[in-house]
Each structure stands twice: as structure tokens, then as C-alpha cells.
Design a protein around this ligand. Sequence first.
Ligand SMILES: *[C@@H]1O[C@H](CO)[C@@H](O)[C@H](O)[C@H]1NC(C)=O
Ligand SMILES: *[C@@H]1O[C@H](CO)[C@@H](O)[C@H](O)[C@H]1NC(C)=O
Ligand SMILES: *[C@@H]1O[C@H](CO)[C@@H](O)[C@H](O)[C@H]1NC(C)=O
Length: 119
Amino acid sequence: MASTFKLLSLTLFLALVFKAYGECALSKIGVRQYKTSGYAHGMEVYKVNVTNNCECTQSQVQFNCTGFQTNLSVDPAIFSDDCLLIQGGPLYPSKSVIFYYAWNPKFTFTPISAQTSCS
Ligand SMILES: *[C@@H]1O[C@H](CO)[C@@H](O)[C@H](O)[C@H]1NC(C)=O
Ligand SMILES: *[C@@H]1O[C@H](CO)[C@@H](O)[C@H](O)[C@H]1NC(C)=O
Ligand SMILES: *[C@@H]1O[C@H](CO)[C@@H](O)[C@H](O)[C@H]1NC(C)=O
């Protein structure tokens, strides 16, 4: 019991510290992708939904671009060639952006950096 309470207190404390310092873990950038029924030049089209699951705004959201290829042109306003989200602009808390790409196999989008601002 006591140790559970300590763990909870510690978790709460860390949550407050992180909030105070305006940090969001990169794991708070949620990426879900779904195979659509579409094809582009023989490659399956995937819909990607990126959500900011942090309570702070995140900008300069950069994904690991190594190996990313697409046979469907991706809207650069949402996801550019260098795998930067919305041109480095802000993704507000709980907000999502959607883009489509086409490749086989699907690509695993891993966020590698972001800037957090808490108001
Ligand atoms: C994107 O994902 C979020 C969180 O799961 C969801 O709330 C939202 O409706 C999704 N948007 C679209 C267009 O699928
Ligand atoms: C990006 O992904 C590649 C291939 O999986 C990996 O070798 C590389 O270390 C990653 N880069 C970063 C900055 O995580
Ligand atoms: C598909 O993408 C590859 C890699 O970007 C490119 O070399 C190729 O020309 C593309 N093919 C078509 C039909 O778009």
C-alpha cells in the first residue's frame, strides 16, 4: 500500500515537473496508419493520422526519414520531403493531422524531435 502510494506520488511529482519545464515525451506524438483501398503506381495507399497526445503544443515535429519513400505525392503543408510535420508549425493539444502516402511495405513513422510549449 505504502509503496503504491509512493509510486503514485512520484508519478504525480514527475508529471508536474515535466509540465513545469514544458516537456512532452516523444511518445505523446501518436501515429496511427491505416491501409486504404487505394493504390498509387501499384503501391498501397496508407492514411496516416498524427495526434498530439500531450497537454502542451508541439512544433518542429520531426520524424526519422531514413528509408521513407512514396509513390503518391504527399501534401508538403502536412508532411514534407524531409519528414517535418506541418512545416514545423504548431500541433495543438489533442489535434491531429492526416496525410496519405503509398509504399509497400508500410513505413514506420518514428518521431525523433519536437519542441514543446506549454501555456
Ligand atoms: C485521428 O486520430 C484521433 C485520435 O485517435 C481521432 O480522434 C481523430 O478522429 C482521427 N482523425 C481522423 C480524420 O481519422
Ligand atoms: C533513423 O532510422 C534509421 C533506420 O532505422 C536508424 O538507423 C537511425 O539511427 C534512426 N535515426 C535516428 C535519429 O533515430
Ligand atoms: C515510385 O517511387 C520511387 C522512389 O521514390 C521512384 O523512384 C519511382 O519513380 C516511383 N514510381 C512511380 C511510378 O511513381
